[in-house]
Ligand binder design. Structure first.
Ligand SMILES: *Cc1c(COP(=O)(O)O)cnc(C)c1O
Length: 394
């Protein structure tokens, strides 16, 4: 059996009529950039999040740096995040001209560890960017508390967790803005690039509205700006798909639960943790091998058996070649958890359109590998992970 990592074409087949109807509507409207379909999708996205504003932009990376710029964060300012995320989180800080400051992640959730943030704050610190990694919210209540104490902004990088929520909070509720990406592989994805930002702050809305469109709110009148817009064709695809996002996330949760119960008792790796009261939307289902030396062997075994396993992300940002490329960056404290995550992560196939037979095949193959390797696992200690009792993780 072959099990793919993504189900883009299956998803298209399932709702082809709805997508095609919206694409046709855009094509016949004659308005393809900043047109009525974008307005419709932005209204739907704001309603979905319960925010006052939603703004479509070119991609998820732009959404982050546009939010930073709208908050006047740039050269000389520091922004705290963690290094075990997709590269774009830090890249956006650098594009804005600010300094990226890396602290460690929680040992279990792999989201930024609130316990590590305070030590990284200096008079130059302006913002924190938590990432809702793999589809689970970071501990926004703890992060917001630190931000309020030190008068810092918070931008949620929500590229991986649309539709998620935390215990007692919603996305975009405890921050200045939440950004997202609609590249095809995200939980809500179009057939190309685009992104968005949601906020309740009218000043951020007004500023990004101008910045994304050549600094212009009015024909022929410009201030400094860029071109970062969400095309109406993509807005049409996303409008059709948004109606299904909760059901799709429920399916992701169902497959995650099946993996978790099927793989319970395995000894060579740890399973992902869903915190009580959280809605994890499993953008990725990531297990961590206890022994870093066996990670690549597990991925190879699965690929050889027809299971398209991947790694997210096997090189932490501060370990990329040439880091920090002449940019300003700072590391505060040990990054042991983030480094262990990079060394040990394995992502199993995860998308709503998986079948029970496919999930069970993946489980069988992972168990087969676990049984063959269990003896080595038990006598080799894993990489050091710190803060195993972090309150945000338990
Ligand atoms: C995908 C992703 C981004 C960037 O989105 P693009 O649309 O590819 O620019 C940013 N942050 C995280 C955590 C992501 O997963």
């Amino acid at each position: 059996m072959k099990v793919e990592f993504y189900g883009h074409v299956r998803q298209y087949h399932n709702i082809q009529q709805e997508i095609d109807a919206n694409i046709r509507e855009v094509l016949l409207s004659g308005q393809y950039v900043m047109g009525p379909m974008l307005k419709r999708f932005e209204a739907e996205l704001a309603a979905y999040h319960g925010t006052r504003y939603a703004l479509g932009v070119g991609n998820g990376t732009d959404a982050i740096w546009l939010a930073l710029m709208a908050l006047n964060i740039g050269p000389g300012d520091e922004v705290i995040t963690h290094p075990n995320t997709f590269f774009a989180t830090a890249e956006a800080i650098w594009i804005a001209g600010a300094t990226a400051v890396f602290v460690d992640c929680c040992p279990k959730t792999k989201c930024i560890c609130p316990e590590k943030i305070a030590a990284a704050i200096t008079p130059r610190t302006k913002a924190i960017i938590p990432v809702h990694l793999y589809g689970q919210c970071a501990d926004m209540i703890a992060i917001k508390k630190i931000a309020d104490q030190h008068k810092l902004h918070v931008i949620e990088d929500n590229a991986q967790a649309i539709g998620a929520s935390g215990k007692g909070f919603k996305i975009a509720e405890l921050s200045d803005a939440a950004t997202t990406s609609f590249i095809i592989q995200k939980n809500l994805g179009t057939f190309g690039d685009s992104g968005a930002l949601v906020t309740n702050n009218p000043a951020i809305d007004a500023r990004v509205r101008q910045l994304r469109n050549h600094g212009s709110n009015q024909r022929n009148v410009h201030s400094y700006g860029f071109n970062s817009r969400l095309d109406d064709l993509h807005a049409g695809v996303l409008s059709a798909k948004l109606k299904h996002i909760d059901a799709w996330n429920d399916l992701r949760r169902k497959w995650a639960a099946r993996y978790t119960s099927g793989l319970a008792g395995c000894r060579t790796f740890d399973l992902p943790v869903e915190l009580p009261g959280y809605r994890h939307v499993f953008h990725l289902y990531v297990i961590e091998t206890k022994n870093p030396d066996s990670r690549d062997a597990l991925v190879k075994f699965l690929v050889d058996q027809g299971v398209d396993a991947k790694t997210h992300y096997s090189i932490a940002i501060h370990k990329q070649a040439g880091y920090p490329w002449g940019k300003e960056a700072r590391i505060v404290g040990s990054l042991a958890n983030a480094e262990a995550n990079a060394a040990c992560c394995v992502s199993l196939p995860m998308f709503p359109e998986l079948t029970e037979a496919e999930v069970d095949y993946v489980i069988a193959k992972v168990k087969e590998w676990d049984q063959a390797n269990a003896s080595q696992a038990s006598d080799k200690p894993g990489p050091a992970r710190s803060g195993a009792t972090c309150p945000s993780c338990s």
